[in-house]
Design a protein around this ligand. Structure first.
Ligand code: FAD
Length: 383
């Protein structure tokens, strides 16, 4: 019998497996594919990490811890995992991106952020053209994570575990003596189980009725173009809420190109096994229109486009909790488009719950029970 089993070896599951191993436990891990792969939420070159959140946000202490853990993994793996490029958070003051104003967290977390006027944005980053009245918060210490390198380094750190790729978990059951895990190939036993199956999580815990919405989203890479093309690589990344068009983001170009996409689009909820993986010309054109208006000339020919999945909760906060009927089982779900940056610390929280160590941060904002009143949980049934 293994000490622990981990179902899902993407961003959070691989970090959980690595942390459990670091603490000296035996671990078996499963994934339905071989991460990094392009079917879930963790692929496509880059992810943003930043520390400034609204005052009192549960993410303020997590951000600091996550940076330190990625840096530690950089040292131990000998890989380059993150590059400081700065980030601009832009939009109306009372909008979704700037609600609560990240500047408020400066005093609390010590994060070095500055507010830039429209003219100052144009002077510093002349390829960007915000509309008058746009609020811009610049966080110079924000960084870009190299996603595939991060995931590979984490899986390397977990490589002493029994890692079983292309072997989906199809069922599990828990009893007083442990957990039985059934995959498409065999049965396994462990003392406890971590479930971190991303967009597929509801399939493994249907009895919880978690209000998770799988959202199809597209990432595009363009050739950097225009007079400012060389400067784009220095940053910043941006998340930019617009009055009518929604929120879009962009990343400093990598070898793959200048990445951009839309963040949170209503009506994109889908079934995880029925995701349309094709990208239509009209979708690409919509993004080109944004570049034409707000970063004119910066995007050259389209190099590549790729479908990725968000798994959203109604309040966009994660679920990280013990299974209410089976204390041997711990669940992470609902990355809501922003969990990658926190993967090492979320993996540590998962390991804390699995090993009965008091978590080092307050986890109540991530409790599964916060959704009980919205949607009553069904009884555990045959489990
Ligand atoms: C376009 C896009 C941009 C994003 N940008 C950012 C960003 O800038 N910063 C940031 O912090 N976050 C960002 N995110 C969010 C972040 O990538 C996700 O929140 C994070 O990857 C979620 O991790 P996860 O482990 O829950 O899911 P995943 O990383 O998808 O891992 C889940 C794994 O479970 C496996 N699995 C599923 N079912 C089973 C089963 N039955 N048995 C075994 N294995 C199974 C899957 O194959 C998969 O490998 C972005 C996401 C997208 C899609």
């Amino acid at each position: 019998m293994y000490d622990f089993a981990v179902a899902g070896l993407g961003a959070i599951g691989s970090a959980t497996a690595a942390e459990l191993l670091r603490r000296g436990h035996s671990v078996v891990g499963f994934d339905r594919y071989h991460p990094p792969h392009t079917m879930g939420s963790a692929h496509s070159d880059t992810r943003m990490i930043r520390e400034a959140w609204y005052h009192g946000s549960p993410y303020v202490p997590l951000g600091r811890d996550a940076y330190a853990r990625w840096r530690r993994l950089e040292r131990t793996s000998g890989r380059t995992l993150l590059r400081t490029a700065g980030a601009l958070m832009m939009g109306p003051e009372d909008g979704r991106v700037l609600a609560g104003h990240p500047l408020a967290s400066v005093t609390r977390g010590g994060t070095d952020c500055i507010s830039l006027s429209v003219q100052e944005v144009a002077e510093r980053f002349p390829w960007l053209r915000p509309d008058p009245g746009t609020i811009s918060i610049y966080e110079p210490g924000a960084a870009v994570l190299s996603l595939e390198a991060c995931l590979e380094a984490t899986l390397e750190a977990a490589s002493a575990a029994d890692l079983r790729f292309d072997e989906p978990v199809v069922e599990w059951s828990a009893s007083a003596s442990g957990v039985r895990i059934g995959t498409e190939r065999a049965e396994y036993r462990a003392r406890r189980l971590a479930i971190a199956a991303g967009a597929w999580t509801s399939r493994l815990v249907p009895e919880l009725g978690l209000p998770l919405e799988v959202e199809r989203t597209v990432q595009y890479w363009f050739e950097p173009a225009g007079a400012h093309a060389p400067a784009l690589a220095d940053g910043p990344a941006w998340v930019w809420e617009l009055d009518r068009e929604g929120t879009w983001y962009g990343f400093p170009p990598t070898a793959r190109g200048l990445k951009a996409g839309m963040h949170f689009q209503a009506g994109r909820g889908t079934e995880v096994d029925r995701v349309d993986r094709e990208v239509g010309d009209s979708e690409t054109e919509a993004l080109r229109r944004l570049f034409a208006r707000y970063a004119p000339g910066a995007a050259g020919p389209l190099v590549h486009a790729s479908v990725c999945l968000y798994t959203n909760t109604p309040d966009e906060n994660f679920i990280l909790d013990r299974h209410p009927y089976h204390p041997r089982v711990v669940v992470f779900a609902g990355g809501s488009g922003h969990a990658f940056k926190f993967a090492p610390i979320l993996g540590a929280f998962m390991a804390d719950l699995l090993t009965d160590v008091p978590p080092r941060h307050e986890l109540s904002p991530f409790s599964a029970a916060r959704f009980r009143s919205a949607r009553p949980w069904t009884p555990p049934g045959r489990r």
